[in-house]
Write a protein that binds this ligand. Sequence first.
Ligand code: AGP
Length: 607
Amino acid sequence: MCGIVGYVGPRDCSDVLVSALTKLEYRGYDSAGIAVFENGKIEVAKTKGRLSDLVDKMKKEGKPQGHAGIGHTRWATHGEPSDINSHPHSGRRVTIVHNGIIENYKDIKKFLIENDRTEFLSDTDTEVVAQLLDFYYDGNPIRCIRKVLHEIRGSFALGIVFADRPETVYAVRCESPLIVGQGKGEAFIASDVPAIIKYTKDYYLLEYGEIAVLKNGSVSFCDLHGRMVEKELKTADFDEDSAEKGGYEHFMIKEIHEQPTAVKTTITPRIENGMPDLSECGITPEILRSFNNIFIVACGTAMHAGMVGKYVIEKLARVSVTVDIASEFRYRDPLIGENDLVIIISQSGETADSKAVLNLVKQTKAKSLAIVNVKGSSIAREADMVIYTHAGPEIAVASTKAYMVQLSVMYLLAFEMAYAKGKITEFECRNLTEQLVKTPEYIEKAIELEYNCQYISTKLITADSLLYIGRGLDYALSMEGSLKLKEISYIHSESYAAGELKHGTISLITEGMPVIAVATQNSLLEKTVSNIKEVKARGAMTIVICDEFAEIDDDAVDFLIRIPKISEVLMPMIATVPMQLLAYYTSVNKGNDVDKPRNLAKSVTVE
Ligand code: AGP
């Protein structure tokens, strides 16, 4: 939620800030702004709307000219999107940009008002922090920031400039992510590495409570107590191209096409002599044998990957798995035993509810395993064990390749656990692993169905509502299909266990209502086909996704999407592709902003 950036160096600061913010717009896009030192004075430009609106505004009114400054792209939490609520926000001598939320801002505002600070222009929690910084500022920026850090509560990252400290940017982080980039004679701050990758691959991860000072093109750090800190310089393992559209119209379709490579990169280092081997992640057969129960906890798409994981782990390893939505799990006082494993799945590794679950698990004796895409993110660093997915940066708000690699890790884990527990033989484990290794090839073939999906999507655009149905793994998968469609096409949809329809939901079926049926599980095919016929008989327009050999009666189907056949248990990795493509093209056909759907943001760092 929200992206922040900062720059100190020889380049045109406004241009650098705008360019970096472009790469962070996925984090929020309802307003944007920058503050730059121009001739020693802080000049602010900001507006409601997209970054392009800010650029247009600066074209008309002139952009701040200078070499040090901060910038912001917003996903509103406190106060509607408006020019006034846009960041940066200022006190008399301090200007800030902020990602996250300040929980006790009302108390602080009251305190400031009681102390004759009444100049609040906006409805934001951010402005309250700017005023508090100003209130304590005695000419020593670090002392002032430390003082404020002790008084504000919440999850936040701040970029700060002080009017009497020209050409210097300060940054601090508590919970919300922030990295500090180091180029040749220039330095950056950003909420995420892709923002600065055009300028440098070298960066520092700012830790909780650390303060960074960017001055004269270099960076220094101190901790909450004001002590200097030496930090390890990291190097990003991707380049600028990964964060660009590379000829595709949208990031989402680019990322769909990247899936075969992403799966290969994720699974290859975890397979040794044809067998799954997660030892590089600190996961051994002994550890895998030791768990009584597994909880998989996540949000949105990541939770859906967990649903597939549940079916596969329970089926193969015979361990009980409960899947929970993180925002529910954290408040439901779950019964976590000391020999249990809690798996937290998160693309960003920064999702507030998932992070809170990890904190909760740390208060128990259970072990935590993070499955995370963003290297060095909070969840990855704080869990007992971590399996990184190697999808590279995922920019589109609608997750595709991150889901795919999460599935691939679920399989590796299930196979290794099943073998470690003696529930499958070495032969079976090798066979399943071999099939998993082949999935990139099958995913590639499924992507070739693009034009078919594009055509079928034209039949969906006028729908007010539709259903996804399936049984077993197909049901788990259809949850993700449904989420994908609704988040970017704005068409209401529900996923339903096909066998459950007749217990109520079938009453929704009216003439022409689209029903997308996923029928890739041969063992359940006949039953699913019966359910498809039931909705068809009531007027539904049926779109059936099944394997290339499945026998489906013509009279059950209006549109058929046949996907390559692989081992039944692995079919979700193939079947998800047409669902992504249907969602993508429905959104495109409706003229929606595919990569930045309304009201959403990529990294949900607020509760
Ligand atoms: C996916 O398309 C969504 N935008 C969303 O559900 C996302 O998966 C969820 O917010 C979890 O994010 P995370 O994986 O970064 O934790």
